[in-house]
Design a protein around this ligand. Structure first.
Ligand code: HOZ
Length: 425
C-alpha cells in the first residue's frame, strides 16, 4: 500500500513528496505514508505503528494530537478559518513568546520558518542599509535565495552542490563561514568594512545534524556584530522551546538583535515568527518602509494551536526536567549500544533534539559532520524502521523527543538499537 501510494504521488509531486528530505532518497526504500498519529506514535496506511522521532521535524513537542491543542484548534476553527484581519489571540500568543524570549521585544507572525528568516534578513539589510550577510556552511535557514547558499538539511542530504535558479548576483551577497570559527567571521568583517548587514546563525545547528557551539563562540559573534554595526540574527526555528521555555539566547545569555522562531511556536500548524529589538522592528511596514506581508500571517487556527502548546508547557513545572531526562537517556543509550557493538558514533544533543553521527571524531562543523558514514547511517535507518522506530531519513537532521515519549518508548527504542547495531557490525 505504501508503494502504491508512492506510485500515485510521484505522478503529481516531484519525488512523490512536498519537501525533499521526506523522499528517503539518501537512505533508500520508499517513504511511509502516514494515516494518523497519537502521542509518540505515527501510523502508516498499512496499519503499522512507529515510535516517532521525526515529530513533524520539530513542532510536536507535546506529542501528536495532544487533546488540549486539538480542542483549541477545533473550537477556533468552528468560528472561522481565516480573516486576514487582526485578532486578540495574536496578542496573547505574542505575550507568551515575549515571556519566553525577552530578546523579542516586538515581532511579526508569518507562516513558515523560511518566511521568518527571509524577512529577518531583509529587515537587517533595510535597517543597516548594507547588502551582505554572513551564514555558516551547512546551516539551513529555509529556502530563500540568499540563504540556500552552502545550505544544510535536504541540500546536504541530497548532496546538491549549488541550486540552479539562484542568480549569481544574489548568491555573492552571502558570505559563508565554517560554524564554530569566529576568526572566519572576523576576517569577513575586515574584508568588507561597512558592508555586512548581519550574521544569521542557528546558535545550535540542527540542519547539519545537531552541532553545539564551542564555549565562547556565540559571545564572540555578538561582540563582532556589535563592533561592526551589524545585526546578529538567531535562527531558533528548531531550537526554540527545545531546551527550555525559551531558546539558546536564554541559556547562553547572548542577546541577538533579531530572532526567528517556527515549529513548536505553532503547535504543529503553519506559524512562524521573526522579532527582536523594538527599534529594529519599528522599521517594518506599516510603521517603517521595510515591506513584508501575508494573507495567512497570524492565522487564528494556527495561533490557537500555538497558545495551547505554549500554555501547556508553561503550566507543567516538571516539563523540561522530564523531557530532557528522557532525551539524555536516549542519547546516552544509543552511544552505549553502539560502543557495545564496536561501532563508532558521535552523539550530539541540545535539549530534546539529538543526532547520532556515524563518525568517530567530534562533530563541530559541517566538514566534520560530512565525515560521517552515510551508507552505514542508511542501513541503520532502514533497520530501525523495520523495528518500528521512525527516525529522520537523513544523517544531517535531528531526532526530536516529545513529552509523550514514555520511559517504555525509550527502552523499546534502545532495545531495537542494540539489535540493529549487532546486525550492522
Ligand atoms: N526543513 C525540514 C528539515 N530540517 C524538513 C521539513 C520537511 O521535509 O517536512
Amino acid at each position: 500500500m505504501n508503494s502504491k501510494a508512492l506510485e500515485a504521488a510521484v505522478k503529481v509531486f516531484p519525488g512523490g513528496v512536498n519537501s525533499p528530505v521526506r523522499a528517503f532518497k539518501s537512505v533508500g526504500g520508499n517513504p511511509i505514508f502516514i494515516s494518523r498519529a497519537a502521542g509518540s506514535r505515527v501510523f502508516d496506511i498499512e496499519g503499522r505503528d512507529y515510535i516517532d522521532y521525526v515529530g513533524s521535524w520539530g513542532p510536536m513537542i507535546l506529542g501528536h494530537a495532544d487533546s488540549d491543542v486539538v480542542e483549541a484548534v477545533c473550537h477556533t476553527a468552528a468560528d472561522g478559518l481565516s480573516f486576514g484581519a487582526p485578532t486578540e489571540g495574536e496578542t496573547v500568543l505574542a505575550s507568551l513568546i515575549r515571556e519566553a524570549f525577552p530578546v523579542i521585544e516586538r515581532m511579526r507572525f508569518v507562516s513558515s520558518g523560511t518566511e521568518a528568516t527571509m524577512s529577518a534578513v531583509r529587515l537587517a539589510r533595510g535597517f543597516t542599509g548594507r547588502p551582505l550577510i554572513i551564514k555558516c556552511d551547512g546551516a539551513y535557514h529555509g529556502h530563500a535565495d540568499s540563504l540556500l547558499v552552502n545550505a544544510g538539511s535536504g541540500v546536504a542530504t541530497l548532496a546538491i552542490p549549488g541550486c540552479p535558479g539562484i542568480p549569481e548576483d544574489i548568491a555573492r551577497n552571502t558570505l559563508v563561514v565554517p560554524f564554530n570559527d569566529a576568526a572566519a567571521v572576523e576576517a569577513c568583517f575586515k574584508k568588507h568594512p561597512g558592508q555586512i548587514a548581519g550574521l544569521i546563525i542557528e546558535p545550535v545547528c540542527g540542519n547539519m545534524g545537531v552541532v553545539n557551539p564551542a564555549a565562547g563562540y556565540l559571545e564572540k559573534l555578538q561582540k563582532l556584530c556589535a563592533d561592526n554595526g551589524s545585526l546578529l540574527i538567531f535562527d531558533e526555528v528548531m531550537t526554540g522551546f527545545r531546551g527550555c521555555f525559551g531558546g539558546v539566547s536564554n541559556l547562553s545569555g547572548v542577546k541577538p538583535d533579531l530572532t526567528c522562531l517556527g515549529k513548536v511556536v505553532g503547535g504543529g500548524m503553519p506559524l512562524a515568527v521573526y522579532g527582536g529589538r523594538a527599534e529594529i522592528m519599528g522599521r517594518i511596514a506599516p510603521e517603517g518602509p521595510v515591506y513584508q506581508a501575508g494573507t495567512l500571517s497570524g492565522n487564528p487556527v494556527a495561533v490557537a494551536a500555538g497558545i495551547a502548546t505554549l500554555r501547556k508547557i508553561k503550566a507543567d513545572n516538571g516539563f523540561y526536567q522530564r523531557l530532557l531526562a528522557r532525551s539524555e537517556k536516549l542519547d546516552k543509550g544509543l552511544a552505549a549500544a553502539a560502543t557495545e557493538a564496536g561501532i563508532k558514533v558521535t552523539g550530539n544533543r541540545f535539549g530534546s533534539m539529538l543526532t547520532m553521527f556515524f563518525a568517530a571524531e567530534p562533530v563541530t562543523d559541517y566538514d566534520s559532520a560530512k565525515k560521517s558514514d552515510t551508507q552505514l547511517f542508511a542501513r541503520w535507518f532502514r533497520e530501525m524502521l523495520a523495528e518500528g522506530i521512525y527516525l529522520a531519513p537523513s544523517q544531517f537532521e535531528a531526532a526530536f523527543v516529545s513529552i509523550a515519549h514514555t520511559e517504555a518508548d525509550i527502552d523499546r527504542t534502545l532495545a531495537a538499537a542494540r539489535s540493529v547495531f549487532k546486525k550492522l557490525r
